[in-house]
Design a protein around this ligand. Structure first.
Ligand code: PLP
Length: 428
């Protein structure tokens, strides 16, 4: 008999390419049929067959408080009854912009958009418009959304599919994109408008910035008059209360956000000094717009999330994740496989190998580990034990504030058992 998950996926494949609206949701790299989710609550999701999974996907980082947090649900109920989009200014967008500018020292103004992709694409345009220069530097294995100029050497789904970039992107579109290895400060010249970086690389699983890397980028940008852009679509308000600026004590010129600041609804934002944002339409010549930008539902949910989390939450979650990452590694290593779970604040990754290894420091090293063939079996062993990881080795594990210590321990136990099963299967 066809399972309900299979039936939904079969229907999806008829009308949606590959059956998914974003390639990272596909099970192509791990094999099998995706579970189709009907609801989520806290750290858990439930599929169409009524199976519950302890969820470490958390909408790829969008859910900081876990799914369907009652306070977020409540503000959304209220907001939806008042109308969902107007094409006119609303108090909600002012409140979210105020919440972000109050937190991040260097941001005086912020423009809201509807996705992380849009945020980065618009920030790059602004950087080019404001500097009058063309070139952009990005780093191998970082993912900045799916705009043409930035897919090259992308992490996440692009890396998972083994693509150098994407078909459909013209040579002209990437002519001004310079790609450099992560954790090496490139030598710039005066043609560079901006250096774009994930302050913690979280799309090649997790690669932390090495000592001096981000400061080196800051200095090199200052030397040639280029702008430094932090893509904080993942790190924003997840790494720490005020994001990467606070965590690394270092300010870029431009910030991009998404995920957390929409509380689970589509959102993105880019912010900077008032002076820089003066280049943006309607004040300046850099055009950027959006019918649903600053959407009342997204701003209500995002503002509520930011209101609910305290600096102490990040400190506590970081400490819990630190203990979790150690236990995870111990559990896997006890099986005879080897694991490294690199961590930065509450962000945690997981690499597996048959031999002992060090945490990777760039895309080349991360790729060897992500492509060693172990992840797909591990993923399925975890899923069979009710623990949902992302169906791709290039993604990190998202621990929300709803994950209890018991949930984390459950994941550790499942990982230990999964690793033992893998070792048995690998034995000649
Ligand atoms: C660092 C980073 N930037 C940009 C994006 C693109 O965001 P979105 O998927 O909302 O377009 C992502 C998505 O995962 C991301 O991780």
């Amino acid at each position: 008999m066809t399972s309900l998950n299979q039936a939904w996926f079969d229907r999806a494949q008829v009308v949606i390419p590959g059956g998914v609206d974003s390639p990272v949701r596909s099970f192509r790299s791990v094999g099998g049929t995706p579970y189709t989710v009907v609801r989520g609550q806290g750290a858990y999701v439930e599929d169409v067959e009524g199976r519950r999974y302890l969820d470490f996907v958390q909408s790829y980082g969008a859910s900081l408080l876990g799914h369907a947090h009652p306070a977020v649900v409540e503000v959304l109920r209220r907001a939806v009854g008042e109308g969902t989009t107007f094409g006119a200014p609303t108090p909600g967008e002012v409140l979210l912009a105020e919440a972000i500018t109050a937190r991040v020292k260097g941001i005086e103004q912020i423009r809201l958009v509807s996705s992380g992709t849009e945020a980065v694409m618009s920030a790059v345009r602004l950087a080019r418009g404001a500097t009058g220069r063309d070139k952009i530097v990005k780093f191998e294995g970082c993912y900045h959304g799916h705009s043409d100029a930035l897919l090259v050497a992308g992490g996440s789904g692009v890396a998972q599919m083994g693509l150098p970039g994407s078909a459909g992107v013209t040579a002209g579109a990437v002519r001004d994109t310079i790609v450099a290895p992560y954790n090496v400060v490139p030598r710039l010249d005066e043609s560079v408008a901006a250096v774009l970086v994930e302050p913690v690389a979280a799309n090649m699983n997790l690669v932390a910035p090495s000592e001096g890397f981000l400061k080196g980028l800051r200095d090199e940008c200052d030397r040639v008059g280029a702008l430094l852009i932090f893509d904080e679509v993942i790190t924003g308000f997840r790494l720490s209360f005020a994001g990467a600026e606070e965590y690394f004590s270092l300010s870029p010129d431009l910030w991009c956000f998404g995920k957390v600041i929409g509380g689970g609804l589509p959102v993105g934002a880019f912010g900077a000094s008032r002076e820089l944002l003066t280049s943006l339409a309607p004040l300046g010549p850099v055009y950027q717009a959006g019918t649903l930008s600053g959407n009342p539902l997204a701003t209500a949910a995002g503002t509520k999330v930011l209101e609910l989390v305290t600096p102490g939450d990040y400190v506590e979650l970081s400490a819990r994740v630190a203990a979790f990452s150690e236990r995870l590694v111990e559990a896997v290593n006890a099986s005879g496989l080897f694991a490294v779970a690199p961590r930065e604040g509450p962000l945690v990754g997981l690499y597996l190998s048959r031999e002992p290894f060090e945490a990777p420091s760039d895309f080349d090293e991360a790729k060897v580990l992500c492509d060693n063939g172990l992840y797909s079996s591990f993923f399925h062993e975890m899923l069979a034990r009710g623990v949902a990881l992302a169906p791709g080795a290039y993604e990190i594990m998202f621990v929300s504030l709803a994950h209890s210590d018991a949930d984390l321990e459950r994941c550790v136990d499942a990982a230990g058992e999964a690793a033992v099963s893998l070792v048995k299967a690998l034995r000649p």
